[in-house]
Write a protein that binds this ligand. Structure first.
Ligand code: KG4
Ligand code: ZN
Length: 342
């Protein structure tokens, strides 16, 4: 009988994750151990701390993944791992584990690009098919637009020239002294604010460019909070909740405007009928809504990752691995972690 179950492993940043997925879609189990509490006091991920925590978390996460799926390793078709891009010490943990398990269980090993796998999350537990399409990945490390002819044929159309969208959310949250991680904190407070209160800059770069730049808006928020001469250091501490909420809502609206505009421009450029949205920032309800409104107007089909698979997880890794297995794109046991995209 054909084996269709894939074990996925993921440790590229600060989430230790494992999942077992059937035929790239049906999630039998998906376990994620977050390290947010360990990195909170530093305001960002510390690579050495992350790697050590991955090492501690991996076995319990794997055990729970098999317990929840209630399967035996014999039933697996392959072992897949996100091997790029990410923090090298972090990537190394899941890559080493995946190579060891593939060797010990005599299973094919599949190497997965973490950013590409974020797009595969739209297929999990959903039945739609939507290729060719234009896809936007918005995460803490990446903001990329792809022309996708199939799950394995992705052509980069645009990317951020500086900060990623998620990074901008995290840095603005830090300026406003909101809890880590910043994205969800900004979204929550923005619900109480007016998105038109402050006209933060929308950076579109040169005409027709599909690249992004979010460092300018981050600086604009900083100047707004501290004054043009940067002397008003303590203003955030004395700001009312409403003032902070207005900043959050206005910032979120400015970032969303740029993301939505460039995504639909990309779709029109290649005459795509479908738009895909994935990555941690895709969990943001305001972005989901605005993109949906725009796509409906232009009669574009929109596929958005289920919220629980927007942030880092291993189900998306196992999902994409199914397509690589079908295409017989296997890795060797000398697979290395790569900080940049392969
Ligand atoms: O995809 P992800 O889990 O990790 C990377 O591959 O980077 O994305 C994490 C990013 C963080 O910057 C986080 O603040 C952001 O996604 N994020 C959000 C929301 N949830 C997570 N940003 C905006 N709104 C959210 N609800
Ligand atoms: Zn990610």
């Amino acid at each position: 009988m054909e084996k269709t179950l894939i074990l996925g492993l993921e440790s590229s940043c600060d989430e230790t994750a494992a999942a077992i997925v059937d035929r790239g879609r049906e999630v039998l189990s998906s376990v994620v151990a977050s390290q947010a509490d360990l990195h909170e006091k530093y305001g960002g991920v510390v690579p050495e701390i992350a790697a050590r925590a991955h090492l501690e978390n991996l076995l319990p996460v794997l055990t729970e993944t098999f317990d929840q799926a209630n399967i035996h390793p014999d039933q697996l078709a392959a072992v897949a791992v996100a091997h790029c891009p990410g923090l090298t010490p972090s990537l190394l943990i899941a890559v080493t584990a995946a190579k060891t398990l593939a060797w010990a269980w005599n299973k094919p090993l599949i190497a997965i690009n973490h950013v590409h796998s974020h797009l595969q999350a739209v297929m999990l537990e959903q039945s739609q098919q939507c290729f060719p399409s234009v896809a936007l990945v918005v995460s803490g490390g990446h903001t990329s637009l792809y022309n996708c002819r199939s799950p394995l044929e992705l052509e980069l159309m645009g990317r951020t020239l500086d900060d990623a969208a998620g990074e901008a959310f995290d840095k603005v949250a830090m300026i406003l002294q909101l809890p880590y991680p910043g994205g969800p904190s900004i979204e929550k407070l923005a619900q109480l604010g007016n998105p038109k209160a402050i006209n933060f800059p929308r950076t579109y770069l040169k005409k027709g460019s599909l690249d992004f730049s979010f460092s300018g808006i981050k600086t604009a928020v900083l100047y707004h909070c501290r004054g043009q001469n940067m002397l008003g250091n303590n203003r955030v501490a004395t700001m009312s909740q409403q003032e902070k909420a207005d900043i959050c809502a206005s910032f979120q609206a400015a970032v969303t405007d740029v993301l939505v505009k460039k995504t639909v421009t990309a779709a029109q450029k290649v005459s795509a009928q479908c738009v895909i949205l994935g990555g941690g920032v895709a969990a943001n309800s305001y972005l989901r809504k605005q993109l949906q409104i725009r796509c409906e107007k232009l009669k574009l089909q929109l596929l958005v990752s289920p919220k629980k698979y927007c942030t880092d997880n291993a189900a998306m890794v196992a999902g994409l691995a199914w397509h690589k297995l079908q295409a017989n794109l296997l890795a060797n046991l000398d697979l290395e972690p790569l900080p940049h995209q392969a």
